[in-house]
Design a protein around this ligand. Sequence first.
Ligand SMILES: C[C@H](OP(=O)(O)OC[C@@H](O)[C@@H](O)[C@@H](O)Cn1c2nc(=O)[nH]c(=O)c-2cc2ccc(O)cc21)C(=O)N[C@@H](CCC(=O)N[C@@H](CCC(=O)O)C(=O)O)C(=O)O
Length: 328
Amino acid sequence: MKFGIEFVPNEPIQKLCYYVKLAEDNGFEFCWITDHYNNRNVYMTLTAIAMNTNKINLGPGVTNPYVRNPAITASAIATLDEISGGRAVLGIGPGDKATFDSLGIEWIKPVTTLKETVEVIRKLLAGERVSFEGKVVKLAGAALNVKPIKKNVPIYIGAQGPKMLETAGAIADGVLINASNPKDFEAAIPLIKKGAEAAGRKLEDVDVAAYACMSVDKKSEKAKQAAVPVVAFIAAGSPEVVLDRHGIDKEKVNKIREALKKGNFPEAFGLVDDNMLEAFSIYGTPDEVVDKCKELVKMGVTQIVAGSPIGPDKEKAIKLIGKQVIPA
Ligand SMILES: C[C@H](OP(=O)(O)OC[C@@H](O)[C@@H](O)[C@@H](O)Cn1c2nc(=O)[nH]c(=O)c-2cc2ccc(O)cc21)C(=O)N[C@@H](CCC(=O)N[C@@H](CCC(=O)O)C(=O)O)C(=O)O
């Protein structure tokens, strides 16, 4: 079982570098940095982290194929691989609607766009001069002057929808699924397997990562309270099919959505119930978290990514996970 850690670059980069170095020293193998236009630039953040670490694999978790031309993403990843001495990984997903609405970008054919983007990025990283006439992606003799250190930079797809999960199974080295509960992997893994086998691959070729909302503390109640705000946003952003899967009170979720829209966070967070916390987070003492991680492993998860908030005290939580969860 591999452990990763996720950071949103919404705090000073020096602080993130400290946390990631601490994570590296505590046995985490992957560092994923989220990519949203309104936060610090994902590639500058990753460069700083690469310069301050020497073992942990690192990459965007996840970028998208719309805000940058595939050749720009390929160049950034090749450069990161050079800076990090061969530790770059590329996490790429279809992006989210809110981002594209704000940026005036048309979110067309996400599955096709992602497939074509991954295909041309692989060719560019392999040093090819690429001409490509896709349904969405077009290149005419594009080529990089920079080569990654690694022959094949692993490409992970951020996916939740069925077609996206199948696509990840077919073309990706790994899949990052924004989920924390075994029920979500019970639904997702057969789709990844179906996509992999349709492409002549096996499920074992795909690193199935649970990109979880995690909150660890010596005191279970403290860990639980720290997870509430993140769970409120996850519940609000979850499609019906996921709410039904977990038997979540949809009335409450609609009220959470309304309260968040109004910026009324205390009301929104007050509506988060235990069922939502169980569905959308892994929280508790190290022992409680170990039990929940073991449930995910039983479902076929092969990497667990400790996502926000990580714990009420990030530094303490990273050390607790390193000492009592990863070795378990
Ligand atoms: C597009 C969407 O795919 P999805 O996998 O559900 O997308 C939800 C999220 O995965 C997506 O928003 C991610 O970018 C969110 N995301 C992040 N999004 C970000 O913008 N930044 C991040 O840092 C980020 C991190 C992240 C980490 C893990 C993770 O799982 C997701 C993450 C969807 O609706 N898919 C459906 C519909 C299929 C579809 O797109 N059909 C096409 C037709 C087919 C075609 O495209 O040709 C169409 O509608 O036209 C499906 O998969 O079945």
